[in-house]
Design a protein around this ligand. Structure first.
Ligand code: UDP
Length: 260
């Protein structure tokens, strides 16, 4: 018997996903990504410098890094800003490192030149899956920004090798389900976050039993669901990148081959 999900979705059904590009006009690339009621503003900005450790180690190329934050009004109870608490939330720190790793997996840092791409992910509304929405939207913001750097003649080759996206899966009422919302996440026995590239190779898998254990079969089911979900997300990411690109003029050759 299959679990009845709180929002009546099928076990393998994503929430409605949408991307609104260019919500932050001063950023080089930005997007508002929605996975159901989870909404995250992802914005990429360019700094014409690299971190001190790269200079000290004479590491060539550029850097891509991310910051993640939940806005105070993104949660049901107001979440105090880190600056008011005087320290960075451990969860945010873990999530922003995950986002950075995911994005760097698909960027050729040598082709970036001596510059840093900052990808800021600010959660406007949290309803489960904010880290996976941040990776998925962060990749779109990054692609738009890189395309604009190409158009400005600041890059010789397009540094984005392929797209990356992420989705959550989990075991809810004994069944593997795709893209958990908060009521499911709160009750889930297992929480899984999967990051994959367009070639359906894994970048990272974060999975844990919450006061629970899971079988090899359940693990396979969750990975299969993640693959199915992420496969559906890539075409939506591409449409959002193309929408931003259309405003900027003709498609760049590199971008069009990436988005084929
Ligand atoms: N959440 C919250 N306050 C917090 C942390 C989390 O309300 O300080 C909620 C929020 O809806 C979030 C969900 O719990 O999306 C699941 O959190 P988790 O740490 O599993 O990360 P996420 O699923 O958002 O990547």
């Amino acid at each position: 018997m299959s679990a009845i999900r709180p929002d009546a979705r099928a076990f393998d059904q994503l929430r409605p996903i949408s991307f609104t590009p260019d919500v932050a006009p001063h950023a080089k690339g930005s997007v508002l990504v929605s996975f159901g009621n989870t909404r995250v503003i992802c914005a990429a900005t360019v700094e014409e410098d690299v971190p001190r450790w790269m200079k000290a180690q004479r590491t060539p190329g550029g850097w891509v890094t991310a910051e993640y934050s939940m806005l105070p009004y993104s949660t049901l109870d107001r979440k105090q800003r880190d600056i008011s608490r005087g320290k960075l939330d451990g969860r945010s720190s873990e999530i922003q490192r995950l986002i950075g790793r995911a994005l760097r997996a698909v960027v050729d840092l040598d082709k970036l030149g001596t510059r840093t791409l900052w990808v800021d992910c600010d959660v406007l509304q949290a309803d489960g899956g904010t880290r996976t929405a941040s990776i998925t939207g962060g990749c779109v913001a990054l692609a738009i920004a890189l395309n604009r750097l190409m158009a400005e003649g600041k890059l010789r080759d397009f540094p984005l090798k392929q797209l990356v996206a992420a989705v959550s899966t989990g075991i809810f009422q004994g069944q593997a389900v795709l893209d958990l919302n908060y009521p499911e996440d709160k009750e889930a026995a297992v929480d899984f976050n999967v990051v994959m590239t367009e070639k359906l190779e894994f970048v990272e898998v974060q999975g844990s039993g919450e006061e629970s254990v899971f079988s090899g079969d359940q693990l396979s089911s969750m990975l299969d669901l993640a693959k199915k979900g992420i496969g559906e997300i890539f075409s939506l990411q591409k449409a959002a990148i193309l929408e931003a690109d259309r405003k900027d003029g003709p498609l760049l050759a590199d971008l069009s081959s990436l988005l084929r």
